[in-house]
Design a protein around this ligand. Structure first.
Ligand SMILES: Nc1ncnc2c1ncn2[C@@H]1O[C@H](COP(=O)(O)OP(=O)(O)OP(=O)(O)O)[C@@H](O)[C@H]1O
Ligand SMILES: N[C@@H](CCO)C(=O)O
Length: 321
C-alpha cells in the first residue's frame, strides 16, 4: 500500500474547504500503487481521489500532468479530470506536499487481462495518442534511454546481491540500446506507464486510464512497447502472442504503425523492459523506512529484456507489416 504521507482529519477538512465539494464524509488510504500517496475521499458531492505527490514527481511537471488530463478528458478520453479550487487552481498543497483532487473513475483493473482487454487497451492507447496531438505542452522523458546508465550507476554496487551477474548483463544491453536507439520515429505525448493497474474496465469495456505522472513527449511506439511488456507476459513470464497480437492490432485499427516503428519495435521493447528493470531495482534497494509499500520485483523485467533480445522482427509479436 502506498501511503507515504499521513493526512490528519483537521488538515483534510481545511484543505477541502477550498473546493466546492461540501464536507468530507470519509477518507481512506488506497491499497494500490507505489509512487504517490492516494486517498479515496467521499464528499457531499461524491467520491474523489486526493493525490499527494511524492519523490519521483517534480513540482514543475505537475502543470503538464494535470493539463494533459484536462485536455484528454475534454476530448472524450476516459481519464480523471483535476478539480479546480474555488479560485481556479488545479494544484494545492497539503501536509507539506503538492496535492490535487481528481475525479473518481468507476471500474476495476484486471489482474489477468484477456486478449479482448488487450485489444481494448490498444485502441485506447492509439486514441489517447491521437487526442493529445494538439496538446500544447511538452515534457522530456526523464526516464528515457539517456537516463538509464546514470540510473543504473546508482544501484550498480548492490545489483549483484539482488541478481548475480546483473551489472554485466545490464551494461551489455545498455551498449546495444544506446548505439541503436531510433531517433526519427513519430513523437507525441505518451502515457509511459500504462500497466494493467492503470487501466479500468467495466465488464469487457475499457472505462478509464489513470496515473499520468510519467507522461512525457517521446516516440509513440515506445508507449506500445511498454504495454507489450506489461500486458503480454503470463505470471510464469511466458510471452503470450495472442495478447500481443490483440494489443497491436487494436492499436493499429486507430493508428497504423509506420515501417520505421515496425522495424524498431523489438529494440523499443527491450528498452522499455530495461526502464522498468532499472526503476524497480532502484526502488527495491531503497524502501523508505515505515512506508506502507510493496516494492516490485526487478527480476521479472530482466527476463523480459532477455526475451526481446531474441526477437528479430515485430512479426514475432504477431504484428503484420
Ligand atoms: N481517478 C481514479 N478513480 C478511481 N480510482 C483511482 C483513481 N486514481 C487512482 N485510483 C486508485 O488508486 C490506486 C493508485 O493510483 P495510482 O496508480 O495513480 O498510484 P501510483 O502510486 O501513482 O501508482 P503506480 O504504482 O501505478 O505508479 C489505483 O490503483 C486505483 O485503485
Ligand atoms: N508500473 C511500474 C510502477 C510504477 O512506476 C512498475 O510496474 O514497475
Amino acid at each position: 500500500m502506498a501511503v507515504y504521507t499521513e493526512v490528519s482529519d483537521d488538515d483534510l477538512a481545511r484543505f477541502i474547504a477550498d473546493f466546492d465539494l461540501g464536507a468530507v464524509l470519509s477518507s481512506k488510504g488506497i491499497a494500490e500503487g507505489v509512487e504517490n500517496t492516494n486517498y479515496l475521499i467521499r464528499t457531499e458531492r461524491g467520491p474523489f481521489i486526493l493525490t499527494l505527490y511524492e519523490k519521483r514527481v517534480e513540482r514543475r511537471d505537475l502543470p503538464f500532468f494535470l493539463g494533459l488530463m484536462q485536455h484528454l478528458s475534454a476530448r472524450g478520453v476516459p481519464c480523471p479530470t483535476p478539480v479546480e479550487t474555488r479560485s481556479g487552481a488545479l494544484l494545492s498543497e497539503l501536509a507539506g506536499r503538492p496535492a490535487a483532487i481528481i475525479t473518481f473513475l468507476e471500474g476495476m483493473w484486471r489482474r489477468r487481462p484477456e486478449p479482448y482487454h488487450c485489444a481494448e487497451l490498444g485502441r485506447a492507447l492509439a486514441t489517447m495518442h491521437a487526442a493529445s496531438a494538439d496538446f500544447g505542452m511538452t515534457r522530456p522523458n526523464t526516464l528515457g534511454v539517456n537516463a538509464w546508465r546514470p540510473l543504473f550507476a546508482e544501484s550498480a554496487n548492490s545489483a549483484g546481491e539482488v541478481l548475480p551477474g546483473l551489472a554485466e548483463e545490464v551494461a551489455h544491453s545498455l551498449d546495444r540500446l544506446e548505439a541503436n536507439w531510433p531517433e526519427d520515429l513519430p513523437v507525441g505525448t505518451i502515457h509511459a506507464d500504462l500497466f494493467p493497474d492503470n487501466v479500468f474496465f467495466l465488464g469487457r469495456k475499457l472505462s478509464g486510464l489513470i496515473d499520468f505522472y510519467f507522461a512525457c513527449t517521446d516516440a509513440l511506439a515506445y508507449d506500445v512497447a511498454i504495454c507489450l511488456n506489461a500486458w503480454c507476459f503470463e505470471p510464469d513470464l511466458a510471452f503470450n502472442i495472442t495478447k500481443a497480437r490483440a494489443l497491436l492490432s487494436g492499436y493499429s485499427e486507430i493508428r497504423p504503425f509506420t515501417d520505421a516503428e515496425f522495424d524498431a519495435l523489438p529494440l523499443l521493447a527491450e528498452g522499455a523492459a530495461m526502464r522498468f528493470l532499472l526503476t524497480r531495482l532502484h526502488d527495491w534497494l531503497r524502501v523508505p523506512a515505515g512506508a506502507l509499500v510493496t516494492p516490485k520485483d526487478p527480476a521479472e523485467y530482466l527476463r523480459r529484456v532477455r526475451f526481446h533480445q531474441g526477437i528479430t522482427s515485430a512479426s514475432d509479436y504477431g504484428l503484420d507489416r
